[in-house]
Ligand binder design. Structure first.
Ligand code: ADP
Length: 581
């Protein structure tokens, strides 16, 4: 029920509209069915052979029950005589109109369900990309892919089931009202019996809830392991150990199968339990009505029709509830991912600062930073002068990428300051600062997209000409134009259709395309051959003065270009002499 409340508060006007449509459907249904008892009276009173135009007895021969009399009066007020034809028309019209409303409602439900899934996906992506870096790196790609695909889909199904539950509850209400009008005692007994059936079969509903929770857990785990495995499939194949993939996934696939079976069992058992219990209640009811209470046959037939619907409707409500809660855990799991990410939202500083030009220097002043107990950087100070090229060298694991992360503002120091032209990073508009950065990462994975989209990242303000110019500066235009499709050539999964060096050049073009003030190369040139490295050095040479360059590198060629070189070591940093010194 918490889920239904959540949906109604999240989508208030859509929910109100749906409830109104459903009420209209319920009223049409009720009006149609209300003609049923007078029609049965007519049929039975004339010995089952009423002529099509035959009317209900009038005057001295009034109908046997209050309900039929009321219906006859209402029809009379509308200028209609209660003939078999009229009554049948009312029934058929009522049910047809109800179906039209239900059709409109179901169509709307489908549309809203698509909106629910889309909104959840978009919110998740937005919350994750806005979360702190430390939060983001703690997430598993497979887990997130699962939330994006399976959980969003199951969550929108939970919404569909929740609203269909409302449809059934409205219908249940209509049958309840009609039944009360004919015999409140019989209705009360039926409601009591329905509650007993619901309580008796609730165990199967709980089974489905548990199975749903299990599925949510195991889907997430399966996708997490699968993504890790697919990432290392090449080494598994190379060593002839691909069969281990099945073994590694076995636990998750088996657990998931068990939960899926549990859900099927819960659904089938609920179906199986409901029908015999409902029939038993009806059988006893008919016996008591005819043999003990001596009710007339038309009233009993109407009651049976209405009460059987009431009973089966209560059963359907329970079944729909079961379906909803089997999917519910996926919704909460996804909402959990979104809320955790929102709680870890990155502080972006004051908004609206003008473009950051970087005219003086970036400085780290007595910075200390630890991921765990032991600090990676301790009381470290350095300066990166604007318009120059600075290199960070040193063994791996000494904290060079961490220094770049501090400068980008992805990581904050535990003590000390990181400043850009004298202003602490925390006081800058972080978005504006980052837009002034071109970053080329160590891993050279591209998006499975065209070259154009890999460089422009779907930013409409970046023209094809700008992309070509950036590719030319990165030394990539020649090979891109030689590919079939040129700028529109697909680079394959992760950029698999290109060599490591080509991928890196495309990433350099991506970093240059928005004219950054600071270019950061994080071990970005290691996959380049000697010729391309030379071309890149010439490009960096030409950029020197117009932008600031920070290169984390082992390459001698880049070191030779540097205006300033820092050797980063565990526990310290030293300024090395440069070629020009
Ligand atoms: P380098 O770039 O010099 O190879 P890094 O800056 O990547 O070194 O890492 C420095 C140390 O900090 C390493 O020991 C690494 O394991 C650790 N480290 C880096 N990032 C994280 C992180 N997000 N969480 C925990 N430890 C980290």
């Amino acid at each position: 029920m918490r889920l239904l409340r959540q949906f109604v508060t999240r989508y208030p006007w859509q929910s109100v509209l749906l409830i109104l449509i459903l009420l209209a459907a319920g009223i049409a249904d009720g009006l149609g069915l209300s003609a049923l008892l007078p029609m049965l009276n007519l049929a039975f009173d004339s010995g089952g052979s009423a002529p099509a135009g035959g009317a209900l007895p009038e005057g001295g021969e009034t109908p046997d029950d209050d309900f039929s009399r009321q219906v006859t009066r209402v029809l009379g007020a509308l200028g209609l005589s209660p003939t078999l034809g009229t009554l049948l028309t009312v029934i058929v019209l009522g049910i047809s109109i109800k179906r039209v409303f239900i059709f409109i409602a179901e169509q709307r439900i489908g549309y809203i369900a698509a909106d629910v899934a889309t909104e959840l996906r978009v919110s998740m992506l937005a919350a994750l990309t806005r979360s702190r870096w430390s939060h983001f790196v703690g997430q598993s790609t497979g887990r997130l892919a699962n939330a994006m695909a399976t959980e969003a889909w199951r969550a929108s199904n939970a919404y569909v089931f929740a609203i269909k539950l409302l449809v059934l509850v409205v219908e249940l209400g209509v049958y309840g009202v009609l039944a009360v009008l004919v015999s409140w005692q019989a209705t009360l007994i039926t409601i009591g019996a329905s509650l007993v059936i619901i309580v008796l079969s609730h165990g199967f509903v709980r089974l489905a809830r548990k199975a749903g929770k299990g599925q949510t857990r195991w889907y997430a785990s399966l996708l997490r392991t699968l993504t890790d495995l697919l990432g290392s499939v090449k080494s598994l194949k190379a060593m002839g150990r691909e069969r281990q993939a099945e073994a590694l996934l076995k636990h998750e696939t088996h657990a998931l199968r068990r939960e899926l079976k549990r859900e099927v069992l819960g659904n089938a058992a609920l179906d199986g339990a409901q029908e015999p219990l409902q029939t038993l209640v009806l059988g006893i009811g008919i016996y008591v009505a005819i043999a003990r209470l001596g009710m007339d046959i038309s009233t009993v037939t109407f009651l049976v029709l209405i009460l059987a619907r009431l009973l089966s409707q209560a059963g359907k409500v329970q079944k729909q509830y079961q379906k909803m809660i089997a999917c519910e855990s996926a919704y909460w799991s996804l909402v959990g991912v979104i809320e955790e990410a929102r709680a870890a939202e990155e502080p972006m500083g004051p908004v609206g600062t003008a473009r950051i030009e970087l005219r003086d220097a970036i400085r780290l002043e007595n910075v200390t930073l630890a991921y765990g107990e032991e600090p990676v950087l301790k009381d470290l100070s350095l300066a990166i002068p604007a318009g120059q090229m600075t290199c960070l060298v040193g063994e791996s694991g000494t904290g060079k990428s961490t220094i770049a992360d501090l400068i980008i503002g992805l990581t904050r120091p535990q003590s000390g300051r990181v400043t850009v032209d004298g202003a602490a990073i925390g006081e800058l508009d972080l978005r504006a600062w980052r837009r002034a950065i071109g970053y080329v990462p160590q891993d050279n994975l591209l998006l499975h997209e065209t070259v154009l989209r890999n460089v422009a990242l779907a930013d409409d303000s970046i023209t094809r000409e700008a992309v070509s110019a950036a590719l030319a500066r990165a030394g990539a235009l020649e090979f891109v134009l030689a590919m079939p499709g040129g700028l529109d050539a697909d680079v394959g999964e992760g950029g698999a259709r290109l060599s490591g060096g080509q991928r890196q050049r495309i990433l350099i073009a991506r970093a240059l395309v928005h004219e950054p003030r600071l270019l950061i190369l994080d071990e970005a040139t290691s996959a380049l051959d000697a010729t391309t490295e030379q071309a890149l050095c010439a490009m960096l040479e030409s950029l020197r003065g117009s932008m600031t360059i920070l290169a984390i590198t082992h390459q001698q060629a880049l070191r030779a270009l540097a205006d300033r070189i820092y050797r980063v070591e565990r526990g310290g940093i030293t300024l090395l002499p440069t070629g020009g010194d």
